[in-house]
Design a protein around this ligand. Sequence first.
Ligand SMILES: [Zn+2]
Length: 346
Amino acid sequence: MNYKNSDIAQAAKLLKQKLDKLPIAQKPTILRSKELKSLFEKVKLLPPAERPAFGAEVNKLRQHLETLVNGVKQATERLEPIDLTAPFDINVEPNKRPAVLSADDGSIHPLMIELDLILDNLYRMGFNAVESRQIDDDYHMFGSLNFPEDHPARDDYDTFMTSEGLIAPAHTSTMQNRVLKLYKSNLSHGQPIAVAIPGRVFRNEDVDVRHEHTFYQLEGVYVDKGVTVGHLIATLKSFLQEYYGKDLEVKIQPFYFPFTEPSFEFTLSCPFCDKAGCAICSYSGWIELLGCGLIHPNVLKEAGIDPKIYSGFAWGGGIDRLVMMKYDIEDIRHFEAGRLSFLRQF
Ligand SMILES: [Zn+2]
Protein backbone atom coordinates (compact mmCIF):
# COMPACT_ATOMS: atom_id res chain seq x y z
CA MET A 1 0.00 0.00 0.00
CA ASN A 2 1.51 3.36 -1.10
CA TYR A 3 0.81 6.73 0.46
CA LYS A 4 1.65 10.08 -1.20
CA ASN A 5 1.96 11.95 2.09
CA SER A 6 5.30 11.13 3.73
CA ASP A 7 3.93 11.45 7.31
CA ILE A 8 1.25 8.88 6.54
CA ALA A 9 3.67 6.59 4.72
CA GLN A 10 5.99 6.66 7.73
CA ALA A 11 3.14 6.04 10.19
CA ALA A 12 1.88 3.16 8.01
CA LYS A 13 5.28 1.45 8.12
CA LEU A 14 5.52 1.87 11.89
CA LEU A 15 1.98 0.66 12.54
CA LYS A 16 2.47 -2.48 10.44
CA GLN A 17 5.64 -3.34 12.36
CA LYS A 18 3.76 -2.83 15.61
CA LEU A 19 0.85 -4.99 14.41
CA ASP A 20 3.19 -7.89 13.54
CA LYS A 21 4.62 -7.89 17.06
CA LEU A 22 1.26 -7.82 18.87
CA PRO A 23 -0.17 -11.14 20.13
CA ILE A 24 -3.32 -12.18 18.21
CA ALA A 25 -5.78 -11.18 20.94
CA GLN A 26 -4.32 -7.67 21.12
CA LYS A 27 -4.06 -6.98 17.37
CA PRO A 28 -7.37 -5.03 17.26
CA THR A 29 -5.83 -2.45 19.66
CA ILE A 30 -3.80 -1.13 16.69
CA LEU A 31 -7.02 0.55 15.47
CA ARG A 32 -7.05 2.64 18.66
CA SER A 33 -3.29 3.40 18.66
CA LYS A 34 -2.04 6.90 19.40
CA GLU A 35 -0.24 7.10 16.01
CA LEU A 36 -3.50 6.58 14.15
CA LYS A 37 -5.42 8.97 16.42
CA SER A 38 -2.86 11.75 15.96
CA LEU A 39 -3.17 11.43 12.15
CA PHE A 40 -6.95 11.92 12.41
CA GLU A 41 -6.42 14.90 14.73
CA LYS A 42 -3.96 16.40 12.27
CA VAL A 43 -6.66 16.57 9.58
CA LYS A 44 -8.45 19.33 11.52
CA LEU A 45 -5.29 21.44 11.83
CA LEU A 46 -4.51 21.51 8.09
CA PRO A 47 -5.49 24.37 5.74
CA PRO A 48 -8.99 23.56 4.34
CA ALA A 49 -7.65 22.91 0.83
CA GLU A 50 -5.31 20.13 2.01
CA ARG A 51 -7.83 18.35 4.28
CA PRO A 52 -9.69 16.13 1.73
CA ALA A 53 -6.58 14.51 0.23
CA PHE A 54 -4.91 13.98 3.61
CA GLY A 55 -8.15 12.72 5.20
CA ALA A 56 -8.72 10.24 2.38
CA GLU A 57 -5.25 8.76 2.83
CA VAL A 58 -5.66 8.43 6.63
CA ASN A 59 -8.95 6.61 6.01
CA LYS A 60 -7.24 4.35 3.49
CA LEU A 61 -4.59 3.49 6.11
CA ARG A 62 -7.25 2.75 8.75
CA GLN A 63 -9.14 0.49 6.35
CA HIS A 64 -5.97 -1.34 5.42
CA LEU A 65 -5.16 -1.98 9.10
CA GLU A 66 -8.74 -3.15 9.67
CA THR A 67 -8.43 -5.66 6.81
CA LEU A 68 -5.19 -7.00 8.28
CA VAL A 69 -6.73 -7.36 11.78
CA ASN A 70 -9.85 -9.12 10.45
CA GLY A 71 -7.72 -11.39 8.28
CA VAL A 72 -5.80 -12.60 11.33
CA LYS A 73 -9.02 -13.11 13.27
CA GLN A 74 -10.58 -15.19 10.51
CA ALA A 75 -7.42 -17.24 10.05
CA THR A 76 -7.41 -18.01 13.79
CA GLU A 77 -11.03 -19.06 13.75
CA ARG A 78 -10.39 -21.38 10.81
CA LEU A 79 -7.69 -23.38 12.65
CA GLU A 80 -8.51 -27.06 12.40
CA PRO A 81 -8.99 -28.91 15.67
CA ILE A 82 -5.99 -31.15 16.39
CA ASP A 83 -5.39 -34.03 18.75
CA LEU A 84 -2.55 -32.90 21.02
CA THR A 85 -2.01 -36.44 22.25
CA ALA A 86 -1.66 -37.98 18.78
CA PRO A 87 1.88 -39.09 17.94
CA PHE A 88 3.67 -37.42 15.02
CA ASP A 89 6.88 -38.23 13.22
CA ILE A 90 9.68 -36.34 15.04
CA ASN A 91 11.67 -36.25 11.82
CA VAL A 92 9.12 -33.87 10.31
CA GLU A 93 10.48 -30.31 10.00
CA PRO A 94 9.33 -28.10 12.91
CA ASN A 95 7.23 -25.82 10.67
CA LYS A 96 5.30 -28.82 9.30
CA ARG A 97 4.36 -30.24 12.73
CA PRO A 98 0.82 -29.73 14.09
CA ALA A 99 0.52 -26.09 15.18
CA VAL A 100 -1.23 -24.84 18.29
CA LEU A 101 -2.17 -21.29 19.22
CA SER A 102 0.57 -19.60 21.23
CA ALA A 103 -0.07 -19.28 24.97
CA ASP A 104 -0.32 -15.48 24.55
CA ASP A 105 -3.64 -15.95 22.76
CA GLY A 106 -5.35 -17.85 25.56
CA SER A 107 -7.58 -16.52 28.32
CA ILE A 108 -8.90 -17.75 31.65
CA HIS A 109 -11.96 -20.00 31.36
CA PRO A 110 -15.18 -18.24 32.48
CA LEU A 111 -15.81 -20.85 35.19
CA MET A 112 -12.36 -20.23 36.66
CA ILE A 113 -12.86 -16.43 36.58
CA GLU A 114 -16.11 -16.89 38.51
CA LEU A 115 -14.59 -19.46 40.88
CA ASP A 116 -11.96 -16.87 41.87
CA LEU A 117 -14.78 -14.42 42.76
CA ILE A 118 -16.66 -17.11 44.68
CA LEU A 119 -13.61 -18.20 46.67
CA ASP A 120 -12.60 -14.60 47.40
CA ASN A 121 -16.09 -14.09 48.82
CA LEU A 122 -15.77 -17.24 51.00
CA TYR A 123 -12.22 -16.38 52.16
CA ARG A 124 -13.61 -13.11 53.51
CA MET A 125 -16.19 -15.16 55.44
CA GLY A 126 -13.38 -17.15 57.07
CA PHE A 127 -13.33 -20.27 54.86
CA ASN A 128 -10.24 -22.12 53.62
CA ALA A 129 -10.26 -23.80 50.23
CA VAL A 130 -9.24 -27.37 49.37
CA GLU A 131 -9.63 -28.75 45.85
CA SER A 132 -11.38 -32.12 45.40
CA ARG A 133 -9.85 -35.08 43.59
CA GLN A 134 -10.78 -36.17 40.07
CA ILE A 135 -10.37 -39.84 40.89
CA ASP A 136 -11.43 -41.28 44.21
CA ASP A 137 -12.55 -44.47 45.95
CA ASP A 138 -15.72 -46.10 47.25
CA TYR A 139 -14.94 -45.22 50.88
CA HIS A 140 -14.79 -41.45 50.22
CA MET A 141 -17.63 -41.49 47.68
CA PHE A 142 -20.04 -43.49 49.89
CA GLY A 143 -18.69 -45.31 52.96
CA SER A 144 -17.41 -42.28 54.89
CA LEU A 145 -20.66 -40.43 54.08
CA ASN A 146 -23.06 -42.79 55.85
CA PHE A 147 -24.25 -44.60 52.69
CA PRO A 148 -24.98 -48.18 53.83
CA GLU A 149 -23.70 -50.98 51.54
CA ASP A 150 -26.13 -51.62 48.65
CA HIS A 151 -28.32 -48.68 49.71
CA PRO A 152 -30.50 -47.44 46.81
CA ALA A 153 -29.31 -43.84 47.45
CA ARG A 154 -26.01 -44.89 45.83
CA ASP A 155 -27.90 -45.12 42.52
CA ASP A 156 -28.48 -41.34 42.55
CA TYR A 157 -24.75 -40.90 41.96
CA ASP A 158 -24.30 -42.75 38.70
CA THR A 159 -20.78 -42.03 37.47
CA PHE A 160 -17.75 -43.63 35.79
CA MET A 161 -15.44 -46.27 37.25
CA THR A 162 -12.07 -47.67 36.32
CA SER A 163 -11.69 -51.43 35.97
CA GLU A 164 -9.75 -51.33 39.28
CA GLY A 165 -12.87 -49.96 41.01
CA LEU A 166 -11.72 -46.33 41.34
CA ILE A 167 -14.43 -43.72 40.89
CA ALA A 168 -14.66 -40.43 38.98
CA PRO A 169 -16.42 -38.59 41.82
CA ALA A 170 -20.07 -37.62 41.29
CA HIS A 171 -19.94 -34.98 44.03
CA THR A 172 -17.40 -32.93 45.99
CA SER A 173 -18.67 -34.48 49.26
CA THR A 174 -15.94 -37.10 48.69
CA MET A 175 -13.69 -34.59 50.47
CA GLN A 176 -15.77 -34.19 53.66
CA ASN A 177 -14.07 -36.97 55.63
CA ARG A 178 -10.62 -35.71 54.50
CA VAL A 179 -11.15 -32.05 55.45
CA LEU A 180 -12.81 -32.98 58.76
CA LYS A 181 -9.72 -35.04 59.67
CA LEU A 182 -7.30 -32.45 58.26
CA TYR A 183 -8.72 -29.53 60.28
CA LYS A 184 -9.92 -31.48 63.35
CA SER A 185 -7.23 -29.87 65.51
CA ASN A 186 -8.90 -26.46 64.92
CA LEU A 187 -11.69 -27.58 67.25
CA SER A 188 -9.41 -28.29 70.22
CA HIS A 189 -7.99 -24.75 69.75
CA GLY A 190 -11.48 -23.25 69.91
CA GLN A 191 -11.53 -22.55 66.15
CA PRO A 192 -14.20 -23.83 63.73
CA ILE A 193 -13.56 -26.06 60.73
CA ALA A 194 -14.55 -23.87 57.76
CA VAL A 195 -13.62 -25.25 54.33
CA ALA A 196 -14.85 -24.57 50.80
CA ILE A 197 -14.19 -27.40 48.33
CA PRO A 198 -14.41 -26.61 44.62
CA GLY A 199 -13.85 -29.43 42.18
CA ARG A 200 -14.67 -31.17 38.95
CA VAL A 201 -17.33 -33.87 39.17
CA PHE A 202 -18.73 -36.44 36.77
CA ARG A 203 -22.08 -38.07 36.06
CA ASN A 204 -23.26 -40.72 33.66
CA GLU A 205 -25.91 -38.36 32.22
CA ASP A 206 -27.98 -38.09 29.10
CA VAL A 207 -26.42 -34.80 28.05
CA ASP A 208 -28.75 -31.86 27.28
CA VAL A 209 -28.97 -28.09 27.91
CA ARG A 210 -29.15 -28.64 31.68
CA HIS A 211 -27.13 -31.85 32.10
CA GLU A 212 -23.46 -32.40 31.41
CA HIS A 213 -21.21 -35.42 32.12
CA THR A 214 -18.53 -33.11 33.54
CA PHE A 215 -19.20 -30.05 35.67
CA TYR A 216 -18.00 -28.19 38.76
CA GLN A 217 -19.34 -28.29 42.28
CA LEU A 218 -18.71 -26.16 45.32
CA GLU A 219 -18.93 -27.87 48.69
CA GLY A 220 -18.95 -26.07 52.01
CA VAL A 221 -18.19 -27.68 55.37
CA TYR A 222 -18.49 -25.88 58.73
CA VAL A 223 -18.12 -27.47 62.20
CA ASP A 224 -18.07 -25.89 65.65
CA LYS A 225 -19.93 -26.07 68.97
CA GLY A 226 -23.63 -25.21 68.71
CA VAL A 227 -23.94 -24.93 64.90
CA THR A 228 -27.60 -24.80 63.78
CA VAL A 229 -29.69 -24.62 60.61
CA GLY A 230 -29.84 -20.84 61.25
CA HIS A 231 -26.07 -20.59 60.69
CA LEU A 232 -26.39 -22.61 57.48
CA ILE A 233 -29.13 -20.37 56.05
CA ALA A 234 -27.38 -17.13 57.03
CA THR A 235 -24.06 -18.27 55.52
CA LEU A 236 -25.58 -19.34 52.20
CA LYS A 237 -27.79 -16.27 52.02
CA SER A 238 -24.96 -13.78 52.53
CA PHE A 239 -22.72 -15.71 50.13
CA LEU A 240 -25.37 -15.70 47.37
CA GLN A 241 -26.36 -12.06 47.94
CA GLU A 242 -22.72 -11.06 47.56
CA TYR A 243 -22.35 -13.16 44.39
CA TYR A 244 -25.47 -11.77 42.70
CA GLY A 245 -24.98 -8.28 44.17
CA LYS A 246 -28.53 -7.90 45.53
CA ASP A 247 -30.86 -8.78 48.41
CA LEU A 248 -32.49 -12.19 47.98
CA GLU A 249 -35.09 -14.26 49.79
CA VAL A 250 -34.40 -17.91 50.59
CA LYS A 251 -36.49 -20.95 51.47
CA ILE A 252 -35.52 -24.44 52.61
CA GLN A 253 -37.55 -27.57 51.94
CA PRO A 254 -37.01 -31.01 53.49
CA PHE A 255 -34.96 -33.41 51.38
CA TYR A 256 -32.95 -36.59 51.83
CA PHE A 257 -29.19 -37.11 51.76
CA PRO A 258 -27.54 -39.93 53.74
CA PHE A 259 -24.76 -37.61 54.94
CA THR A 260 -26.87 -34.81 56.43
CA GLU A 261 -29.67 -34.86 59.01
CA PRO A 262 -31.89 -32.90 58.62
CA SER A 263 -31.35 -32.43 54.86
CA PHE A 264 -32.73 -29.59 52.76
CA GLU A 265 -33.11 -28.31 49.29
CA PHE A 266 -32.11 -24.65 49.31
CA THR A 267 -34.33 -22.38 47.21
CA LEU A 268 -33.55 -18.83 46.19
CA SER A 269 -35.87 -16.02 45.07
CA CYS A 270 -35.10 -15.51 41.37
CA PRO A 271 -32.37 -12.80 41.11
CA PHE A 272 -33.66 -11.82 37.65
CA CYS A 273 -37.36 -11.19 38.03
CA ASP A 274 -37.61 -10.66 41.84
CA LYS A 275 -40.27 -13.41 42.02
CA ALA A 276 -42.39 -11.99 39.15
CA GLY A 277 -41.62 -15.10 37.05
CA CYS A 278 -39.26 -15.40 34.07
CA ALA A 279 -37.74 -18.08 31.79
CA ILE A 280 -34.76 -18.60 34.12
CA CYS A 281 -36.96 -19.59 37.10
CA SER A 282 -39.49 -21.42 34.84
CA TYR A 283 -42.04 -18.71 35.79
CA SER A 284 -42.15 -19.86 39.44
CA GLY A 285 -40.21 -16.92 40.94
CA TRP A 286 -37.97 -19.40 42.83
CA ILE A 287 -34.87 -21.40 41.92
CA GLU A 288 -33.90 -24.73 43.57
CA LEU A 289 -30.21 -24.13 43.83
CA LEU A 290 -28.40 -26.68 45.99
CA GLY A 291 -28.55 -29.40 48.60
CA CYS A 292 -27.55 -28.80 52.21
CA GLY A 293 -28.14 -29.81 55.81
CA LEU A 294 -26.57 -30.48 59.19
CA ILE A 295 -23.70 -32.97 58.95
CA HIS A 296 -24.92 -36.43 60.02
CA PRO A 297 -23.49 -37.53 63.42
CA ASN A 298 -22.14 -40.71 61.75
CA VAL A 299 -20.09 -38.58 59.30
CA LEU A 300 -18.57 -36.59 62.19
CA LYS A 301 -17.90 -39.83 64.15
CA GLU A 302 -16.24 -41.43 61.12
CA ALA A 303 -13.74 -38.51 61.09
CA GLY A 304 -13.12 -38.82 64.84
CA ILE A 305 -15.24 -35.80 65.90
CA ASP A 306 -17.62 -36.24 68.84
CA PRO A 307 -21.16 -35.35 67.63
CA LYS A 308 -22.26 -34.88 71.25
CA ILE A 309 -19.94 -31.86 71.52
CA TYR A 310 -19.76 -30.55 67.95
CA SER A 311 -22.22 -30.02 65.12
CA GLY A 312 -21.83 -28.65 61.63
CA PHE A 313 -23.44 -27.88 58.31
CA ALA A 314 -22.53 -28.73 54.74
CA TRP A 315 -23.77 -27.72 51.32
CA GLY A 316 -23.01 -28.78 47.75
CA GLY A 317 -24.12 -27.20 44.50
CA GLY A 318 -23.11 -26.73 40.87
CA ILE A 319 -20.79 -23.82 40.03
CA ASP A 320 -21.83 -24.00 36.37
CA ARG A 321 -25.43 -23.41 37.45
CA LEU A 322 -24.52 -20.28 39.48
CA VAL A 323 -22.59 -18.86 36.54
CA MET A 324 -25.30 -19.76 33.99
CA MET A 325 -27.84 -17.86 36.08
CA LYS A 326 -25.54 -14.86 36.55
CA TYR A 327 -24.96 -14.42 32.80
CA ASP A 328 -28.18 -15.93 31.44
CA ILE A 329 -26.30 -18.75 29.68
CA GLU A 330 -28.86 -21.09 28.14
CA ASP A 331 -26.82 -24.28 27.62
CA ILE A 332 -24.44 -25.91 30.14
CA ARG A 333 -22.58 -27.65 27.30
CA HIS A 334 -20.99 -24.32 26.23
CA PHE A 335 -18.53 -24.58 29.15
CA GLU A 336 -16.82 -27.77 27.95
CA ALA A 337 -17.28 -27.23 24.19
CA GLY A 338 -14.12 -25.11 23.75
CA ARG A 339 -15.84 -22.80 21.23
CA LEU A 340 -13.93 -19.52 20.91
CA SER A 341 -17.07 -17.54 20.07
CA PHE A 342 -18.44 -18.43 23.53
CA LEU A 343 -15.21 -18.14 25.52
CA ARG A 344 -14.27 -14.74 24.04
CA GLN A 345 -17.36 -13.12 25.56
CA PHE A 346 -15.80 -13.25 29.03
ZN1 LIG B 1 -37.28 -15.39 37.45
